[in-house]
Ligand binder design. Structure first.
Ligand code: M6R
Length: 364
């Protein structure tokens, strides 16, 4: 049931503040001071290394989580797409935990990667939406993301709920490992609890994205740029756009631009730059200026402070509410989703059932 929306994707985008709030309430204890996991739990003090494996959008959630686990919990992380992972035959050293992220819990490659790690890793964890799925059943600890049923082939609310669940796990790991104290943990949890409200406000950019969509829908190629944890968001924006609008979209870490992709820049290739004001903002802006100096048409997605300092000469700016840098990747999923959705509508494609794609990929 689309609950009055034109597409499941639109409904699922709009549901995000509500489902996120439910997930936060599930994992944060009543006093708001700690993260509670289902039995048997895990103590990250005894973990030396984490391997994160998934496909598609779930893989981009893992990419964001790698930045978080390494920066906040000081835990070394390796990530891989599930279709490559087991064929690399990675050696597994003691102290390794493996974490698999999957909306459906039935993706064939992710399940095969989990089975490769069973008996090799100290612990098998999963972050899943379907709690009764094979991946959940075969894990030592399965963490539900509580997004509710996701029908649209393009994953939206599952992505933000995966990120939220992973953020909570990162904070638990950071506390277990003594990298943050109780006061800092409580501050982070309070910030997370404010996120559904901020996300609600961010959904107001819908009108602005609709206005941009007509022009984007006429492009043959679109580039996305981001740095740090915004790089996986750029990848997610490009994947979403490819999946439902069939426009060729590619994402690069902003700093990679001058190593090749800048050759593609011309006025016919919109370049979408995802840049909240954080420690990397100035560097991203200087990459953006390199694009503009070559005639590139830039759509800057940033916050009010970013728009004040960096909007000169850009084609369009989308302004999101302020959010702590740690949580920006969750919030910046909203413009990635809305731009893809409205561009697909402008092109007249089948948003919920894009050609050649299945919701759950259960064959290799
Ligand atoms: O069910 P899963 O999370 O394991 O699915 C993984 C990918 O197939 C999935 O995220 C796919 O990339 C989506 N269509 C992205 O929108």
């Amino acid at each position: 049931d689309k609950a009055g929306y034109k597409h499941f994707m639109a409904k699922e985008i709009a549901e995000q503040p509500t489902v996120l709030q439910g997930a936060l309430a599930h994992y944060i204890d009543a006093a708001g001071g700690s993260v509670t996991l289902p039995d048997p739990g895990i103590d990250f003090a005894g973990i030396e290394r984490l391997t994160l494996v998934a496909c598609g959008t779930a893989f981009y959630a893992c990419m964001v989580a790698k930045y978080w686990f390494e920066q906040i919990a000081r835990l070394p992380v390796e990530i891989d797409v599930a279709s490559e992972f087991r064929y690399r035959e990675p050696p597994v050293t003691p102290g390794t935990a493996a974490l698999f992220v999957s909306q459906s819990g039935e993706t064939a490659d992710t399940l095969a990667a989990l089975r490769y790690m069973a008996g090799k890793a100290d612990r098998i964890l999963s972050v899943v939406n379907v709690a009764e799925s094979s991946i959940a059943r075969e894990s030592d600890l399965a963490l539900p993301i509580l997004a509710g049923v996701e029908v649209g082939v393009a994953s939206t609310k599952a992505f933000t709920c995966q990120l939220t669940t992973l953020a909570l796990l990162v904070l638990k790991a950071a506390r277990d490992r003594g990298e943050i104290d109780d006061a800092i943990l409580a501050d982070h949890l309070a910030a997370l609890r404010r996120l559904p409200g901020i996300m609600n406000a961010a959904l107001n950019i819908e009108t602005a994205t609709r206005d941009l969509a007509q022009e984007l829908s006429e492009a043959r190629d679109i580039l996305f740029l981001g740095r740090g944890a915004m790089y996986p968001l750029a990848l997610e924006g490009a994947l979403k756009l490819k999946e439902i609008s069939y426009i060729h979209a590619e994402a690069y870490a902003s700093g990679e631009l001058k190593h090749g992709p800048i050759a593609l820049v011309d006025p016919a290739v919109p370049v979408i730059v995802m840049a909240p004001t954080d420690g990397l903002f100035d560097k991203t802006v200087s990459n953006m200026q390199e694009v503009m100096a070559r005639g590139g048409k830039v759509l800057l997605i940033t916050d009010a402070a970013g728009a004040r300092t960096a909007s000169d000469g850009v084609w369009k700016t989308l302004i999101l509410p302020d959010v702590p840098p740690f949580l920006a990747p969750i919030l910046y999923a909203i413009p990635a989703q809305l731009l893809a959705y409205h561009t697909a509508i402008a092109k007249g494609t089948d948003v919920d059932q894009p050609r050649n794609l299945a919701k759950s990929v259960t064959v290799e």
